[in-house]
Design a binder for this molecule. Sequence first.
Ligand code: PA5
Length: 449
Amino acid sequence: MTNIKFDTSALRNFVNENELNEIKPMLNTARDELLDGTGVESKMRQWMTLPKDYDREEFSRIKTAAKKIKANSKYLIVIGIGGSYLGAKMALDFLHDNFYESLSADQREYPHVIFAGNSISGSYVKDLIKLIGDKDFSVNVISKSGTTTEPSIAFRIFRKLLIDKYGKSEANSRIYVTTDANNGALRQEVSENGYESFVIPDGIGGRYSVLSAVGLLPIAVSGADIDELMQGAAEAQENYSNSSLEDNSALQYAAYRNILYRKGYTNEILENYEPNLRFLAEWWKQLAGETEGKDNKGIYPSSANFSTDLHSLGQYIQQGMRNLMETVVKIDHPKSDVDIPIIGNNNDGIQYLEGKSMNYVNDKAFQSVIIAHTNGGVPNMIINLKDQSEYSLGTLIYFFEFAIAVSGYLNGINPFNQPGVEDYKQNMFALLGKPGYENLKNKIENDNN
Ligand code: PA5
């Protein structure tokens, strides 16, 4: 694998050779369970072969839909929550300029892609309606179950807005549905209204779905190259499925974070030095948190954005409770750079940096933090990623999906379910008075009296 390098040099004082040898047999068993399908819920492993084995006809329809949206819309409103939005949001931020969404119409070639239905904030929706104003827009509603409350509410609102603006027939042609092939409320809507639709395959859970139509349509609408994205993931599939620990950086990451976890480093912070990687961590937190946090076990996934958060969380990381480990995603070749101007005086105290580039300073910050934090007792792992291209993102997505799924089997849990997500949903249905939830409502009321 050429564009990801996993660097364990900052683990010298935290993990020894014996510990690696000790975990190796268990790691190999977990890897085999994943690869051979002998682990629990093995039917949910379709994401593993997706980069090479995807529906070419649907892929081409995604590109056609993206062209149509580009031609007739200033905005694409992407409605979804959890795995039905985080991957696309992560990809758009990762691949484009930091201020991509703020570029005006004459500065941009592609529609704005704005996310909705990922909270229940009335203010957010009101502000978004104001932003759209009288501009042309389309909607991509994404929900595997088709029954999740947040996207259902948002879809109802934006569908009504489309119908009020364009009339039913044109509104229907501006709605793109990504959902289960056969079941759920959204599939029913597709049959009734003839919406263009895409499939979330049965064997792919929300948090593993970014390389399906869930992520691909919004990513294509933003102007990014989805062929390159799939090719990067396909290379990763080839590499990580066919190599042993020594040559497999995804397995190494799984191994080291689990050795550390077993030694009491129960909280992993995913970090970056580029602001447009912030949502990479949000996506990863869902992937890791929902995959591993079960049966009273699991590494707690958290994130920090550097150097920004060195001025807030930095104190805690340096000297707080010693249950932290850090994983830095470091971009080898950032997208661009700016030199620090030569002004001929030292009034601001940074004359010694004149003529140096900001990326140079950022690199030194990164090196300094590794030294400080490891000296302070926090183990650091480094994922060096070549650049912020579609190809590299494809490899990185697969790297994390593979490593986290192996971690799940290694810890003896089901990596592909999320029973805990249901608990709050049931209570909310009861408190909102949804038919069928009367008993639960009574129970909640009695318990709280
Ligand atoms: O990973 C998961 O399965 C969940 O987080 C879902 O992505 C999330 O709850 C949204 O579900 P749905 O796509 O059914 O609306």
